[in-house]
Design a protein around this ligand. Structure first.
Ligand code: NDP
Length: 247
């Protein structure tokens, strides 16, 4: 599948995996609208403010994005997401739970619903899931619930779209460096954020985007449903062998 000349919307385009996706898609000749709340940080053909938890704002974003793309969407990458906190569930707050679930689950559902009428035949909808949506680990309940929920939505969407020429892919990654994920999760505590990646050779955002581009460039009759990618030294969110540790 040739990417040059196609159009894309990427959510969570202001940093990390989304920002790298925008760059790599543009290098491949795709016209990209990037959305995020920190619009000033988006380096796309068109940068538009987007809060995926806000129905009216998301509706306006999609209308403006479709205009900017000339009327049709070939690629929608639902990548915006976050975790907040790394503590036992009894220490969770309703604010954090709401932000995590609304961003990762209903944000992706909302964007898919709003974009679907504009997605052309041969189009592709992608999601950034997580190994947290496949295997639970301690002290991450709301994020784990959200990414499991997202995976359920994507399976259901695949059923509803079956028979239509629109492909669906989820990339479920484990530890990924070069993003702001852990800084956000630990609410700006750089020491805790850095400790997550210590002693492990982790995949980068570029490694995740390699998976995205692999799925996008298969022939139209091939749907890559899911790609699960982890550091070699990680088997789950709970089990990581760091340098110097016994396995
Ligand atoms: P980053 O924190 O670097 O990027 C997250 C992006 O999501 C930012 O662009 C942020 O933009 C955007 N975002 C957050 N909330 C909203 C919102 N309400 N509306 C619109 N955009 C929003 O982290 P990553 O690149 O790592 O994260 C990207 C995806 O990858 C997420 O879904 C995450 O769950 C997933 N993931 C990350 C892993 C990792 O270890 N890094 C592992 C597995 C999955 P802004 O704040 O400007 O709105």
């Amino acid at each position: 599948m040739e990417l040059a000349g196609r159009t894309a919307i990427v959510t969570g385009a202001s940093s990390g995996i989304g920002a790298v996706t925008v760059r790599r898609l543009r290098e491949a000749g795709v016209r990209v609208v990037g959305g995020a709340r920190r619009v000033e940080r988006i380096d796309a053909d068109v940068a538009l403010r987007l809060d995926v938890t806000d129905e009216e704002g998301a509706r306006a974003f999609v209308a403006d994005a479709v205009d900017a793309l000339g009327g049709g969407i070939d690629i929608l990458y639902n990548n915006a997401g976050l975790a907040l906190g790394r503590a036992p569930f009894w220490e969770s707050t309703p604010e954090d739970e709401a932000a995590v679930v609304h961003t990762n689950v209903d944000g992706a559902m909302r964007m898919t619903r709003l974009c679907l009428p504009h997605i052309r035949d041969g189009g592709h909808i992608l999601f950034t899931g997580s190994v947290a949506g496949r295997q639970a680990y301690p002290n991450g309940a709301s994020y784990i619930a959200a990414k499991f929920g997202l995976r359920g939505f994507v399976y259901a969407l695949r059923e509803d779209l079956l028979g239509r020429p629109i492909r669906i892919t989820t990339v479920d990654a484990g530890l990924v460096t070069g993003t702001e994920f852990s800084r956000t999760r630990f609410k700006g505590d750089e020491r805790k954020a850095a400790a997550v990646y210590e002693g492990v050779d982790t995949p980068t955002a570029d490694d995740v985007v390699d998976c995205v581009l692999f799925a996008l460039t298969r022939p139209l009759h091939v749907n890559i449903d899911e790609i699960v990618m982890k550091a070699l030294a990680q088997s789950s969110g709970a089990r990581i062998v760091r340098r110097g540790e016994a396995s």
